[in-house]
Design a protein around this ligand. Structure first.
Ligand SMILES: [Zn+2]
Ligand SMILES: [Zn+2]
Ligand SMILES: [Zn+2]
Length: 735
């Protein structure tokens, strides 16, 4: 008797297990390969899984195995290179394999849709339709007309029908009568021989030197560190042109907020070759079609956000990660992968160049550049000799502020508007005020589900928790002392907008935050209005900091820059510095010099002074030296094990036991260190108490080995069921 065939399958369940099934009945076992999808029974459900291995035995008795119901693919879905990358990532980020693989696939493929593009429908006559005698449809003249056109031309597509003025309902009627049938056809335009549509810009010496250092082939990582406006994108475009000339493809990753129609348009203007985007604004079908075009090589350039790192590419020749410091490249829940770090691995395995670009590189990347792991390319000049903005700190400790604005700031805003320019006011807090307070007894509006205050919103008026989304009406009187003098405390964007409108009644004040741009196209319309160039004031959150260039903004005001300085997240200061410079970079582009006013309570803080007086690199150096002393990344490697539960003692007990297990495996010392369990920054959120155990390691290998042993033990642990828990390798957000 021949050896049995057993399929080891990854299923989208939160379990770390792999599942054994027998092959679907009637399927030739020689056709079964890892990477193909199968539909399997799972409890009373049907799930789509991926074959991990085809093997000849199972640890379970064969008679206990159920057969898979159907084989969905004739070939593996992913090219081998990407398949291995996904398996590696599931392993490295300690995530259940089934869920990791599903995260990497487009939604429709997870649901079992065939991996074929949706074609254009066209219509033809059935045999019966062809045999219809003339004049048969006399009483339905439109149908008769359609029939005649089909008899004459053989087939009609949507455009033909529109040209004939035939409604779809007529086609449908003929289909129902069995006279016409429809088919789908994927229209593939013939390959375009031209690479470029538009002439490349001429490069400055600095740009030319940088481009020359990026090889056309072979593994190589460059950190392209260039101030805002120094022309990083032009280097990407010219490096991509070289790759396309070799007949290979390019994959470009951008932060969530950076994938604007302008970004896409810039690539499409430059290249005659097909450019496709992959982002969350597309529907599932559009995403799958773009994915398939990348896989079969027709899409020559793919631009996408984080998950686009999992795009299959027929012949990938270059990878680019723009704004590489942006935290959106790390997924913060579920499969917690870093697209930037996976890009480095993918480039290495494919033997191709990777460009990491930023005006404010992450400390990890700067460290890699300084230790020689990355080639360090710097662009220091702004295009067209635009001068960098002038940074002015304003110590607001002993000033009387008018709704958050110092008198001097208001004066500078007035002068800027009078000279016909635009002003950008940055405040990273939406809503009217961070909370509501009672001046009589000190009561503050707090969320009853979280350790946090409720934000006051004015339009419409309500209290809102930005952590758990809890909303409630604004009380008329103080719940504690019945005082009716409740008042907003602090500033949010709505309140700044109101104050600015009061000071400058004849000027347009445009607010840009998640609330004001909720409606489709609202953000685009705002941006268009600003681009018309009339004097106006933009007030908004970090949505303003990235991606968009506002050429007529000559004054940037940063209202409250201090939040990151004293954050308990060790990355707080780094993030603060990056954000300040990103916002500052909006001012004084093109030929207009800009000014940036930074209102701060901590003008003397060494980090603030270093950043403003000596720039980002000195600032980064200072933080790196602190991290070296305190043993934080990038000098040590880290993982966070998080647990949360409605009862705090459950989470604490679980993490204590995990720590004990870990210490049994590997006693604390230089190689591996443990910290915790400690409460998370926001200890209670959505009625759950959140704790974390930090593991830090001198090298990745030791950390990986420990986590791989720990994860299955944690899953089996009796206390695991009483907690939601997760492992976050290389965490970017310590919350
Ligand atoms: Zn009160
Ligand atoms: Zn809100
Ligand atoms: Zn809440």
């Amino acid at each position: 008797m021949a050896a049995p065939t057993v399929l080891e399958i990854a299923l989208p369940t939160p379990l770390r297990r792999r599942f054994d099934y027998l092959p679907p009945e009637g399927v030739d076992t020689a056709l079964l390969k890892p990477g193909q999808r199968v539909r399997v029974p799972f409890g009373n459900q049907r799930l789509i899984g991926l074959i991990l291995r085809v093997k000849s035995e199972s640890s379970l008795p064969l008679q206990n195995l159920r057969p898979a119901e159907a084989l969905l693919d004739t070939a593996p879905l992913l090219p081998d290179e990407l398949w291995r990358l996904c398996l590696w990532a599931a392993d490295y980020y300690q995530h259940p394999i089934g869920d990791a693989l599903h995260t990497a696939l487009p939604v429709l493929l997870r649901q079992g849709e065939p991996d074929r593009e949706k074609g254009e429908p066209y219509w033809q006559l059935t045999t019966e339709g062809k045999g219809l005698p003339e004049g048969a449809l006399k009483r339905a003249p439109r149908q008769a007309e359609l029939l005649a056109a089909l008899q004459q031309r053989g087939a009609l597509n949507r455009a033909d029908l529109a040209a004939l003025g035939v409604a779809r309902s007529h086609v449908k009627t003929l289909e129902d009568k069995g006279l016409v049938y429809s088919r789908e056809q994927v229209l593939t335009p013939p390959p375009e021989p031209k690479i470029l549509r538009d002439t490349p810009l001429s490069l400055s010496d600095e740009q030319a030197t940088a481009l020359a250092r990026i090889p056309e082939n072979g593994f190589h990582i460059s950190l392209l560190d260039g101030t805002t406006g120094s022309g990083k994108t032009e280097i990407y475009l010219q490096a991509i042109a070289r790759t396309l000339t070799q007949g290979r493809q390019a994959l470009v990753l951008v932060p969530e907020i950076g994938l604007t129609p302008q970004t896409l348009a810039r690539f499409q203007r430059r290249f005659a070759q097909p450019v496709v985007a992959l982002h969350s604004g597309m529907n599932d079908r559009e995403r799958l079609d773009a994915w398939l075009q990348a896989r079969d090589g027709r899409a020559r350039i793919v631009i996408g956000t984080r998950s686009a790192i999992f795009t299959p590419m027929a012949n990938l020749g270059i990878l680019i990660v723009d704004e590489e410091h942006d935290s959106s490249f790390k997924q913060q829940d579920g499969f917690r992968y870093s697209a930037r770090d996976l890009a480095a691995l993918r480039a290495h395995r494919l033997g191709i160049p990777l460009i990491l670009g930023s005006a404010t590189p992450s400390l990890e990347s700067l460290h890699n550049a300084r230790t020689g792991r990355y080639d360090y390319l710097r662009l220091t000049q702004r295009a067209g000799n635009a001068r960098p903005p002038e940074l002015l700190t304003q110590d607001i400790r002993r000033q009387t502020l008018d709704e958050g604005f110092s008198p001097e700031t208001l004066e500078r805003i007035r002068a800027t508007l009078e000279s016909g320019n635009q002003v950008l006011v940055f405040l990273n807090r939406r809503g009217y005020a961070p909370t509501l307070e009672c001046p009589d007894c000190g009561w503050l509006a707090e969320c009853r589900h979280c350790d946090t205050r409720l934000t006051l919103h004015q339009t419409p008026r309500h209290l809102h928790c930005h952590h758990c989304d809890h909303q409630r009406a604004v009380p008329r009187s103080c719940p504690s002392c019945k005082s009716t003098r409740l008042q907003p405390l602090g500033q949010g964007t709505e309140r700044s907008e109101e104050a600015l409108q009061r000071h400058f009644p004849d000027t347009r004040v445009l607010r840009v935050d998640r609330d004001s741009t909720r409606q489709k196209n609202a953000f685009r319309d705002l941006v268009e209005e600003v681009h018309r160039g009339d004097p106006c004031i933009l007030v908004g959150t970090q949505m303003l900091a990235k991606g968009h260039h506002f050429a007529d903004v000559t004054l940037v005001v940063i209202l409250d820059s201090d939040a990151g300085l004293f954050s308990t997240d060790f990355r707080g200061p780094e993030r603060m510095g990056q954000l300040l410079l990103q916002v500052a970079g909006r001012a004084g582009r093109a030929d207009k010099p800009g000014q940036v006013i930074i209102q701060t309570h901590h003008a003397e803080h060494p980090l603030v002074r270093t950043l403003l007086e000596r720039g980002y690199h000195a600032f980064a150096e200072l933080i790196l030296s602190e991290r070296r002393l305190t043993g934080l990344p990038p000098f040590r490697h880290m993982a966070l094990i998080r647990a949360e539960s409605k009862r705090p003692e459950n989470a604490v007990a679980f993490l204590k036991q995990v720590r004990a297990l870990a210490e049994q495996r590997h006693p604390p010392g230089h190689e591996l260190g443990y910290l915790g369990p400690l409460p998370a920054m926001l200890e209670k959120r959505g009625d759950r108490f959140r704790y974390q155990l930090q593991v830090n390691a001198a090298n990745r290998g030791a950390l990986q080995k420990l986590l791989s042993q720990l994860a299955p033990e944690m899953e089996q642990h009796a206390l695991a069921k009483r907690n939601r828990w997760s492992i976050d390798v290389d965490p970017q957000d310590m919350g």
